[in-house]
Design a binder for this molecule. Structure first.
Ligand code: CO8
Length: 346
């Protein structure tokens, strides 16, 4: 064990009378070791041991009130890596893209089930997106799946035997709404199937790009149920009542070209260029003021939640608000001085 790592472990081990938990880096490029105080039972401590890729965590002391955190990357002499390895997510691949490393690429990775959105996947996705949302280095997110499927819907096998009491009682799939609450822009890069919850997930994003072979649909009616994550609400707002009704009532799928024609997606690319194109757009968005991008996203989304008059009033207030920002001053000054703006997010 390296000197630094050893010292680190000893410090953690001396964490005192409260149990200390050393949490793992949340996603690839950050080296974010955090200490968090936590009460935990011996039973849950055993579970913790399996959760860390590079650490062993144990509870010590007569009163079980000391956490022993051991760095455990022996082959690399416990080098404090920035964890480029991507295996720590069960259902996702996460990577950082862009010339300025300011775009997060999140890929759904459950290929055998065509990225069916099981509970675990959606929990992981919500957590990862919320973590990225708080990362100052990232200005835009690209969400994608595989060439064959963005996502073929909620996991039918998981839902098959659920009862009404179970789904209501457990708030079944409540965590899905977390995606629509992310403040940073998300571009859905859709190749293959985007069906049911997959189509709804893409509509929770801010921009949808499609590969030429992409197919969108709300086939829940075929399964004896209806869309549950925005299919009956977002879809008519985006494509109009008649088309939304047709898709929801027949379960028919539409191809990328038609999805483009009706305004569900804003551009169609050859499948193998889709992610690059999405990242290019994401980089452009990320080059603008972070705070102003966030405000702009909120303003556009408000158009779907309110009347025109209220929406316009909200927009005007947000517009006025930008005059309290350094970035608004910098953007206009840069234009006048014929140079590129240097935004600070303030
Ligand atoms: N759930 C679970 N497993 C799935 C799903 C799914 N949604 N879709 C595909 N799979 C699995 C298949 O079972 C199969 O697994 P296995 O090999 O073990 O049998 C594997 O993926 C490959 O699928 P297929 O063999 O069927 O592949 P095909 O190329 O023949 O067909 C299709 C591809 C057309 C995508 C077909 O799989 C299909 O129709 N899938 C179901 C699509 C669907 O109905 N989606 C809607 C689900 S319901 C829903 O999304 C409600 C959302 C509510 C959200 C509420 C949030 C609060």
């Amino acid at each position: 064990m390296s000197f630094l790592a050893k010292t680190f472990s000893q410090v953690i081990a001396r964490a005192g009378t409260t149990t200390a938990l050393l949490s793992k880096p949340r996603y690839p490029t950050s080296l974010t070791y955090r200490l968090a105080s936590r009460q935990s039972s011996p039973q849950s401590d055993n579970k913790e041991q399996k959760k860390y890729e590079y650490l062993l965590v144990d509870i010590k002391g007569k009163n079980s009130n000391v956490a022993l955190v051991q760095l455990n990357r022996p082959k690399a002499l416990n080098a404090l890596c920035d964890n480029k390895e991507q295996k720590k997510y069960e259902y996702l691949l996460v990577d950082i893209k862009g010339k300025n490393s300011n775009v997060a690429l999140v890929q759904l990775n459950r290929p055998k089930a065509l990225n069916a959105l099981c509970d675990g996947l959606m929990r992981e996705l919500s957590t990862v997106l919320q973590t990225i949302d708080k990362d100052d280095k990232i200005g835009c997110i690209v969400l994608t799946g595989s060439t064959r499927a963005f996502a073929a819907g909620a996991d039918i096998r998981e839902m098959q035997n659920n009862t009404l009491a179970q789904v209501v009682g457990a708030g079944f799939l409540d965590q899905w709404s977390a995606v629509a609450k992310i403040k940073k822009p998300i571009i859905a890069a859709v190749n293959g199937f985007a069906l049911g919850g997959g189509c709804e997930l893409s509509m929770m994003c801010d921009i949808i790009y499609a590969g030429e072979e992409a197919e969108f649909g709300q086939p829940e009616i075929i399964l004896g149920t209806i869309p549950g994550a925005g299919g009956t609400q977002r879809l008519p707002r985006y494509v109009g009542k008649s088309k939304a009704m047709e898709m929801v009532l027949t379960g028919n799928r539409i191809k990328a070209k038609e999805a483009h024609q009706i305004g569900l997606v804003s551009a169609v690319y050859p499948a193998n260029q889709l992610i690059d194109e999405a990242v290019k757009t994401a980089e452009k968005i990320a080059s603008h003021s972070r705070i102003v991008v966030q405000l702009a996203k909120e303003a556009v989304n408000t158009a779907f939640e309110t009347t025109l008059a209220e929406g316009n009033r909200f927009e005007k207030r947000i517009f006025h608000t930008t005059f309290g920002l350094d970035d608004r001053k910098e953007g206009m000054t840069a234009f006048v001085e014929k140079r590129k703006p240097n935004f600070t997010g303030q």
